[in-house]
Design a protein around this ligand. Sequence first.
Ligand code: NIG
Ligand code: FE
Length: 417
Amino acid sequence: MTDTLVVVNCGQLVTLAGPRRPRVGAEMRELAIVEGGAMLVRDGLVEKVGRLEEVEPLLGADCEVFDAGGRVVAPGFVDAHAHPVFAGQRADEFEKRAAGVSYQEIAAAGGGIRSTVRRTRAADEEELFEVARRREAWFLRTGTTTVEAKSGYGLSVEDELKMLRVVRRLNSEGRIKYVPTFLGAHEVPDEYRGRREEYVALVVEEMLPRVASEGLAEFCDVFCEERVFTVEDSRRVLEAARAHGLSLRVHADQLTRGGGALLAAELRAKTADHLEHTDAASIAALKAAGVQPVLLPGSVYALGSARYPAARAMIDEGLAVVLATDFNPGSSPTPSMTMVLSLASTHLKMTPAEGLTAATVNAAYSLNRGDELGTLERGKRADFVAHDCEDYRELAYFFGVEHAHAVFVGGRLAFAR
Ligand code: NIG
Ligand code: FE
């Protein structure tokens, strides 16, 4: 007994069909839209995409039908940089920042990431799972079907493992899919203040071997930043992670140009993320090393900064740009990829088509899932969204609107408005 679904009456079926690799340059503007398209899904995978008359002959009598009602149907968003597991919130700091105190000043005074670490350590696995499940609904209702999930609010062996076990459980019991990233080097915890190198040794010698032996992460990330982890610390962590078989991501050049992007290039990391302060020479190095930039305009916006990354220069250089939310309780408290698309067009000067490519297929490749996700092509997982609009550009244009009308993960309805 097979499980068959046919999607009919799509106004625009945005397939993003194309080369089986991340899209660069002008390719980022090619969405392979089928006007009035239909799609056949069998056993959770896309089987056929085309005009209704091409799909119809394949239909059996027992096939379930989803009528898109003339709406835009597109791949689910792949959010390739997020911190969705944490306890508490930081509305107090948000209010202070509104009064002019900076993110770095708050961090230096013991707040910021360290305040979320205190809350997260105090929560058990069950509580963390429950809060993350509530936030999962926020991602889903904006059309996101895959989320990268970083640890980094535990910062002790047991608390980092706890966070990653929550991610594993979310992935098996949740309605969306998660990709786990170990971020033990997110901040120096309170008990290691002034002993940063000892903390780096803990990450390398104790955390990483446990994370790897329990198969709890696919990626390792580091916050390479002035007053957090130096380039040398970051190199040490990332080289050890690679030796354990993890792929690499780097929080690079976010608040200062600290050399994180050059390190990502040197290590041929999968991604270099943020890049607000990255210069032309570093962009060229990322290109030469095949590193994908992950741009996070939500964090620039929410920090009240005007320093957005140089997306146009990166696209012109031929980099396979990715967009993500950076969802976290401090610098970027939004789960909304459509908000990110709006910011990408207004501040990064990316076209709506470039934005959509960066938020789907390019993001999937950056998570080593380009063969499974990110486009609507035969053999891909049927993660798709019917957006309540008639033109895909409305996703970036009408902002503050939750466009997602119905969200499917693996061919199953996960959210309907
Ligand atoms: O990506 N830069 C470091 N980490 C997060 C912020 C996390 C937090 O403030 O809790 C970021 O911006
Ligand atoms: Fe981040």
